[in-house]
Design a protein around this ligand. Structure first.
Ligand SMILES: Nc1ncnc2c1ncn2[C@@H]1O[C@H](COP(=O)(O)OP(=O)(O)OP(=O)(O)O)[C@@H](O)[C@H]1O
Length: 267
């Protein structure tokens, strides 16, 4: 009854029959010969023909004919024809190539890229890319003698009279609100105020709180948002509630107490 459930395809049967004839290099050699014989459905003559065909193919694979070998393989197979030990010479026309390739080592892919860009596509590349080529080494004697140029610093800012006036009022401890059109120097003045105050309160850095109404504005002046500094969350409650909230927050209340001067950039 078990026999009927087995697959009856020709492939399965042929595989099992190989093992019974001891064809050792097939992966089905572990199948017991008795079982293979039992499940065979091919006639003996057909089975024999298939086995012969497969066996002859196996022999062909194992020993390649001389015609299928490459020239070097043929040389190594034939006895007494060892490869010549004569040192190979490059054609004289190759010497130019050798000397130029010495300047661009094989391991450096950057070198080859720069070489190509300079010679053929330099006009299409941005200037800063081309300037990288000089890192490989100087190309002319004048490059050797040239000293590294000092980096140019922006010119120092001298405050206008109006800006100076506001700075002076701040340093006197007055409460100041200053505003102006775009580009009138508010940010320059604010940075100057922060710098001067930090110098004044150098021993107690928490005395100067630098804040802004938005995160980006705060980043621009090296501060935090005013909500974060104050510890009031979204700050939607009335003043009384916000004070209660701050007093419950030990960090925030201590921060408020240490602060001598609060800067709020509203831009
Ligand atoms: N005293 C100054 N000396 C030299 N340059 C200044 C001075 N004040 C402002 N500037 C220059 O003016 C330009 C505008 O200044 P700033 O950015 O401070 O203006 P702003 O009022 O903050 O502008 P915005 O409102 O658009 O932020 C900047 O290039 C800045 O360097």
């Amino acid at each position: 009854m078990q026999l009927d459930r087995q697959p009856r395809s020709g492939l399965a049967t042929v595989k099992r029959d190989f093992t019974s004839n001891n064809i050792t290099n097939t992966p089905h050699a572990s199948v017991p010969p008795a079982a293979a014989t039992k499940r065979s459905t091919l006639s003996d003559s057909l089975r024999k023909a298939i086995q012969d065909g497969v066996a002859s193919r196996e022999v062909d694979k194992a020993s390649p004919t001389l015609s299928s070998l490459t020239a070097s393989q043929k040389r190594s197979l034939s006895p007494g024809t060892a490869p010549s030990t004569k040192k190979r010479q490059l054609p004289s026309s190759w010497s130019d190539f050798e000397s130029s390739s010495a300047r661009f080592p094989r391991g450096s892919s950057q070198s080859s890229v720069y070489f190509r860009s300079r010679s053929s596509t330099s006009s299409a590349l941005p200037l800063d890319m081309l300037s990288h080529g000089h890192q490989e080494g100087p190309e002319s004697p004048s490059d050797l003698s040239s000293e590294p140029k000092p980096t140019q610093r922006p010119a120092g800012i001298s405050l206008s009279d109006e800006q100076k006036n506001i700075l002076e009022l701040v340093m006197q401890g007055k409460n100041i609100f200053y505003t102006g059109s775009a580009g009138t120097g508010k940010s320059v003045l604010l940075r100057e105020i922060i710098k001067t105050l930090r110098k004044k309160y150098v021993k107690s850095p928490d005395a100067v709180a630098v804040t802004a109404s938005t995160g980006i504005a705060a980043c621009n002046i090296g501060g935090v948002t005013v909500h974060s500094f104050a510890g009031i969350g979204l700050g939607v409650e009335n003043a009384g509630k916000l004070v209660e909230k701050i007093m419950k927050n030990r960090k925030a209340s201590s921060r408020w107490r240490r602060t001598q001067l609060l800067i709020i950039d509203e831009s």
